[in-house]
Design a binder for this molecule. Structure first.
Ligand code: A3D
Length: 311
């Protein structure tokens, strides 16, 4: 069987880590694409990663390029092209620049990789994934935004640290937009099957939730020049892997809702089944009144940023 082809549009901090993870998981051959000014960097990263593969015997080819022809026939395209946040910026501050970039990227992905499953990571996520969908004309099942996977894993890591238990046994789902209005579904959070609400006080849980809401900003402040990249890369790879291996994992990601949870025409974080047909299904379930209200709040925030795209 021929190897799959994974294209990374944007070879910066997340892009480089995506290449490493895709290679180490042997998901397929990897192409790192970036603008001509950054072509040397993509080629350098490709060489550097290629040279670590013999240690554990990963068989994959990694190339760097600034020529869109090289992305032809990609099975998966992960987009991180754009600029990240600096201290004092919120995700919405990135809209103008990243919107121009995603328009160019969407036109080229449409031309050279029309059959790919596309995972958008660039911020402001909910608006940029919407813009990609509108400009590319891809079917809704082939476009998803990575956010909920990261927000959920942040929450899971904080809970595991709090209780000194394995992260593997902590489950939780975060819905909604990628931003301060994200909606963690606390009643779905469990530790080894035990509801987290039986293990952690309501006050302490609220503190952990707040830390989750601002976890991206916490890292932006510490870095001083850029945003998180290890965990975002891992989260996007989880989505790509589920698609390429038809795992049908249930991952919270920004999927186009058309009536689900009462939302129509917007990408928003919802539990989604990812298999070889892309976003195969959104798992809908009844929300409590409070969760519903919080989801509506997040929808308002998403609508506002999407309106600014004028698409
Ligand atoms: P960075 O290291 O700056 O990499 C971005 C890369 O995009 C750079 O190498 C640029 O040269 C490249 N680029 C710019 N314009 C184009 C273009 N037209 N075509 C192709 N490549 C281009 O940033 P990063 O990797 O740290 O972050 C990338 C994006 O992900 C930013 O928008 C972040 O805000 C976003 N991000 C999202 C999350 C989510 O959870 C959604 C988390 C962390 C970062």
């Amino acid at each position: 069987m021929a190897r799959s082809k994974i294209t990374l549009i944007g070879g910066g901090q997340i892009g480089g880590n995506l290449a490493l993870l895709a290679a180490q998981k042997e998901l397929g051959d990897v192409v790192i694409f970036d603008i001509p000014q950054a072509e040397g960097m993509t080629k350098g990263k490709a060489l550097d990663i290629s040279q670590l593969l013999p240690h554990d015997g990963y068989d994959t080819t990694i190339t760097g390029t600034s020529n869109y022809e090289d992305i032809k026939g990609s099975d998966v395209v992960i987009i991180t092209a754009g600029i990240p946040r600096k201290p004092g910026m919120n995700r919405e501050d990135l809209l103008d620049i990243n919107l121009k970039i995603i328009t160019d990227v969407a036109n080229n992905v449409k031309k050279y990789a029309p059959g790919a499953f596309v995972i958008v990571v660039s911020n402001p996520l909910d608006a940029i994934v919407y813009a990609f969908y509108k400009v590319s004309g891809f079917s809704k099942s082939k476009v998803a935004g990575m956010a909920g996977a990261l927000d959920s894993s942040r929450f899971r890591s904080f809970i595991a640290t709090e209780l000194n238990v394995s992260v593997q046994d902590v489950q939780c789902m975060v819905m909604g937009g990628h931003g301060d209005t994200m909606v963690p579904i606390i009643r779905s959070a469990t530790v080894g099957g035990v509801p987290v609400t039986d293990l952690i006080s309501a006050e302490r849980l609220e503190e952990i939730l707040n830390r989750t809401r601002f976890a991206g900003g916490e890292i932006v402040k510490l870095f001083g020049n850029g945003s998180a990249y290890y965990a975002p890369a891992q989260s996007a790879i989880e989505m790509a892997e589920s698609y390429l291996k038809d795992k049908k994992r249930v991952i919270p990601c920004a999927s186009l809702c058309e009536g689900e949870f009462g939302i129509d025409g917007f990408f928003i974080g919802v539990p989604s089944v990812i298999g070889s047909n892309g976003i195969e299904k959104i798992i809908e379930f009844p929300l409590t009144d409070e969760e519903n209200q919080n989801l509506l709040k997040t929808l308002e925030a998403v609508k506002k940023t999407v309106a600014e795209t004028k698409l």
